[in-house]
Design a protein around this ligand. Structure first.
Ligand code: FAD
Length: 368
C-alpha cells in the first residue's frame, strides 16, 4: 500500500487526504491545531466559487470540476456545502476581464449571460451601476460554506481511514518530524498555507498579508447573489446563513503573521467597505457590521500556486494567493494524479523565479 504524510489540515491538505485515502493510500495527516481552526485561511465562513478567470482556461476548467465535486460532497453528507446563488461581475470596461472571461466560458460551454446594468440592478435593491458597461452573470457560481466544508472534509477523511496526528511538524530529511517522532512515507506533502515560508526558508518566496472581511446587516428577505467588482478589487455576496451582505476589499493588506497576528479588523477596512456601499448599494451605507473576520493571503509573485517537488518524494503545495478554496476538491484530484505518477504539474507551478503579475482574483487597483 502506498503511503503519504500530508502536513496541514486546511482545505488543501484535508481534500488531498480524503482523495488519497479513498484511492487506497495509507494517509497520515499532521495538523498543529485542528481542521477549521481560526488561524487557517480555510476557516473563513464563506468563499466564492466562480469559473470566470479572465483569459485563463486552466483555472476555469478546474473551478468547473470543483463545482461538481463540491455538489457531490454536499449530497454525500446531506448538507449544502456549496450555495449556488449565482454571481454578477460588474464590468467597467467593454473589453476588460469580464469580456475575456465570457469568451472562455463560451468556449468551455459554461453557463453565463451578458446583462445590461439595469438588469444587473434588478438583482439588488437600490443598486447604482451607472458607471458599468455591462454585467457578466454566472448562474452556476456561488458561495462555499468554507469553514464548515473544511471540517466536513476532515471528518470524511478520518472516516476513510486517515490518521490525524496533532502536533507541529518540521522537515526531517525527506521525512516529517513531530515532537520526538519521525513519520516516514513514500510521499510527503507540505500543505501549510502561510506557515510554508518559515518551514522552507529560501526555497519558497511568499508574502503573507492581513485581509479583513466584513458582513453588513440587511433587511429580512435580502435575496441577492455573489458579486465581484474586478477593476475596483472588491467583492461580496448576499445574505447566507444570516451572515448579512459581505463587502470586502481584495486589495493586498499589510504584511501579517498568521500565528501571532491580532485578528481584529481595522477601521480603515470598514471605511473602504462603506465607501463602496455608498457608491454601489447606498441603502446599506449605514448598516451595522454584523460579522467580521481576519484571514491571510499567502502570495506568490504571480498569484500562481506552488505544486513542486524540491526533493525526491517531497512535495510543496502552497502559495494559494487568495484564490485556492473553491478549487480544493479538484486540485486534490489533480495532485493525486501527480503523486501517483500519472501526470506532471503545469510548469507554472514550479519553484522558478516568478515574474510579478496579478489578476487571478481582481485587478489590484483600488482608486476607481
Ligand atoms: C479573506 C480571504 C478571502 C478569500 N476568498 C476566497 C474566495 O472567495 N474563493 C477562493 O477560492 N479562495 C478564497 N480565499 C483563499 C482560500 O481561503 C485559500 O486559498 C485556502 O483556504 C488555502 O487553504 P490551505 O489549506 O492551503 O491553507 P490553510 O487553510 O491556511 O491551512 C494550512 C494548515 O497548515 C497547518 N500547518 C502549517 N504549518 C504546520 C506545521 N508545521 N505542522 C502542522 N500543521 C501545520 C496550519 O495550522 C493550517 O491549518 C480567501 C482567503 C482569504 C484570507
Amino acid at each position: 500500500m502506498r503511503s503519504v504524510v500530508i502536513v496541514g489540515a486546511g482545505i488543501w491538505g484535508t481534500s488531498l487526504a480524503l482523495r488519497l485515502a479513498e484511492s487506497g493510500w495509507r494517509v497520515t495527516l499532521v495538523e498543529q491545531y485542528q481542521p477549521g481552526h481560526l488561524r487557517q485561511a480555510s476557516a473563513g465562513e464563506t468563499r466564492l466559487l466562480r469559473s470566470a478567470h479572465g483569459t485563463d482556461e486552466w483555472y476555469a476548467r478546474l473551478a468547473r470540476r470543483a463545482r461538481e465535486l463540491w455538489r457531490e460532497l454536499g449530497d454525500r453528507v446531506g448538507e449544502e456545502l456549496y450555495a449556488e446563488m449565482g454571481m454578477l461581475w460588474f464590468a467597467r470596461r467593454a473589453r476588460g476581464w469580464e469580456h475575456s472571461s465570457a469568451s472562455v466560458l463560451e468556449r468551455l460551454g459554461i453557463p453565463h449571460e451578458i446583462w445590461d446594468p439595469a438588469r444587473a440592478g434588478a438583482a439588488f435593491p437600490d443598486f447604482r451601476g451607472d458607471d458599468l458597461e455591462f454585467a457578466l452573470w454566472e448562474p452556476e457560481a456561488g458561495v462555499v460554506r468554507a469553514r464548515r466544508a473544511t471540517q466536513v472534509t476532515a471528518r470524511l477523511a478520518l472516516a476513510a481511514g486517515v490518521e490525524l496526528v496533532r502536533g507541529r511538524a518540521e522537515p526531517y530529511g525527506g521525512s516529517v518530524r513531530v515532537g520526538g517522532e519521525v513519520l516516514r512515507a513514500d510521499r510527503v506533502v507540505w500543505a501549510c498555507g502561510a506557515w510554508l515560508p518559515r518551514l522552507f526558508p529560501g526555497l519558497v518566496d511568499l508574502q503573507v498579508t492581513k485581509q479583513d472581511t466584513l458582513h453588513f446587516a440587511v433587511p429580512g428577505g435580502w435575496d441577492t447573489p455573489a458579486w465581484v467588482d474586478y477593476d475596483a478589487s472588491i467583492y461580496g455576496h448576499g445574505d447566507i446563513d444570516g451572515l448579512g451582505m459581505k463587502v470586502s476589499s481584495d486589495a493586498e493588506g499589510e504584511p501579517y503573521d498568521a500565528e501571532t497576528g491580532d485578528r481584529r479588523i481595522s477601521a480603515a477596512s470598514e471605511d473602504v467597505s462603506r465607501a463602496y456601499l455608498r457608491r454601489r448599494f447606498p441603502s446599506l451605507v449605514g448598516a451595522p457590521v454584523l460579522f467580521s473576520q481576519v484571514c491571510q493571503y499567502t502570495f506568490t509573485h504571480d498569484s500562481e500556486w506552488i505544486i513542486a517537488q524540491p526533493e525526491d518524494g517531497v512535495w510543496l503545495l502552497g502559495g494559494e494567493s487568495g484564490h485556492g478554496f473553491k478549487h480544493a476538491p479538484a486540485l486534490a484530484e489533480y495532485v493525486a494524479e501527480i503523486l501517483e505518477g500519472g501526470r506532471k504539474p503545469e510548469p507554472r507551478f514550479g519553484l522558478h523565479e516568478r515574474i510579478p503579475a496579478r489578476g487571478l482574483r481582481t485587478s489590484g487597483q483600488t482608486d476607481r
